[in-house]
Design a protein around this ligand. Structure first.
Ligand code: NAD
Ligand code: LMR
Length: 327
């Protein structure tokens, strides 16, 4: 067994929290040889419910669970943490866009960014799940001037996984046969799930499906999947969101598979003509805990227009929250 690492999870008594904590504690995120100390943050009124979750975590007697800190104090929650999953935020209801949550949720992420800045490990890996995830990640990053901006990422992995599963079903293959999927941009209905470079069982995806299905079915289905789940379940996705968060962090910590890439919301650096200053979904590979944008992909006019539209939405979201950035 390795030495324990500290993993903070905010909103730990919420529905994603309930689907996430037990899997992290069981070693699904960082490996069966990596003990974890969970730092669970909740708002004060949710602390009694959080205590119930703590009791259940203990009752699982997981070999990889090395300790639990349950608190409503940001400075305790982020003390010396190696990983932070920022989940705690309000979910949207039917008829809302995720950016409608900016007002309610934006204010959460400035103080959390500052507390991470002041207390977390200098190479902390932060994943923002709470919506609107990309812009909340930007708010946290902008309040953490002493941390490398690359410490802050947003989750587009659920969209990536949804896209794998839609394409696998359409082509009659398994999702493990699908490689080189990309989600560009925002975790919102402007995201661009791009099949230009995707293969299924080694064959180009766009030779296996027709353009009408790609444009009229695949892209909107992936873009609108969150809303479809809210309509069907009466609550936003939870188990699939938790699973995607684990996938994102596992790949960031332990690396991506040889010959494939994953999608992560990361600080734009000008790659593919996306202006710096937003957290944008890119195809990335990871080695030794460091992610790199996959470079040199050809971009068609069709892709360009969609990549620019989702970048524009992110810049608009940014303009609405700049007052929350540290001066
Ligand atoms: P939930 O309401 O069940 O749980 C949220 C929890 O966060 C609650 O227990 C609440 O008390 C807590 N919380 C609120 N403010 C907090 C704060 N300042 N600090 C700590 N905890 C706080 O919601 P959920 O279904 O678990 O969803 C959480 C968020 O994740 C929502 O914003 C939702 O839209 C988002 N989400 C994102 C994705 C994605 O792909 N990025 C997917 C699914 C859900
Ligand atoms: C999702 O994609 O399922 C989440 O972001 C929840 C939502 O509001 O759609």
């Amino acid at each position: 067994m390795k030495a324990p690492v500290r993993v903070a999870i905010t909103g730990a008594a919420g529905q994603i929290g309930y689907a996430l904590l037990f899997r992290i504690a069981a070693g699904d995120m960082l490996g069966k040889d990596q003990p974890v100390i969970l730092h669970l943050l909740e708002i004060t009124p949710a602390l009694p419910a959080l205590q119930g979750v703590v009791m259940e975590l203990n009752d699982c007697a997981f070999p990889t669970l090395a300790g639990i800190v349950a608190t409503d104090d940001l400075n305790v929650a982020f003390k010396d943490v190696d990983y932070a999953l920022l989940v705690g935020a309000r979910p949207r209801g039917p008829g809302m866009e995720r950016k409608d949550l900016l007002e309610a949720n934006g204010a959460i992420f400035g103080p959390q960014g500052k507390a991470l800045n002041d207390h977390a490990k200098r190479d902390v890996k932060v994943l923002v799940v709470g919506n609107p995830a990309n812009t909340n990640a930007l708010i946290a990053q902008q309040n953490a001037p002493d941390l490398d901006p690359k410490c802050f990422t947003a989750m587009v992995r659920l969209d990536h996984n949804r896209a794998l599963s839609q394409l696998a079903e359409k082509t009659g293959k398994h999702n493990t046969d699908v490689k080189h999927m990309t989600i560009w941009g925002n975790h919102s209905s402007t995201q661009f799930p791009d099949l230009s470079h995707t293969t299924v069982d080694g064959k180009p995806a766009l030779e296996l499906v027709d353009q009408a299905w790609y444009e009229g079915d695949f892209i909107p289905t992936v873009q609108q999947r969150g809303a479809a789940i809210i309509k069907a379940r009466g609550a936003s996705s939870a188990a699939s969101a938790a699973s995607a968060a684990i996938d994102h962090m596992r790949n960031w910590a332990l690396g991506t598979a040889e010959g494939d890439w994953v999608s992560m919301g990361i600080p734009s650096d000008g790659s593919y003509g996306i202006e710096p200053g937003v957290i944008y979904g890119y195809p990335v590979t990871v080695k030794n805990g460091k992610y790199e944008i996959v470079q040199g992909l050809s971009i068609s006019d069709f892709a360009r227009a969609r990549m620019d539209a989702t970048a524009k939405e992110l810049r608009e979201e940014r303009a609405g929250v700049e007052h929350l950035f540290a001066k």
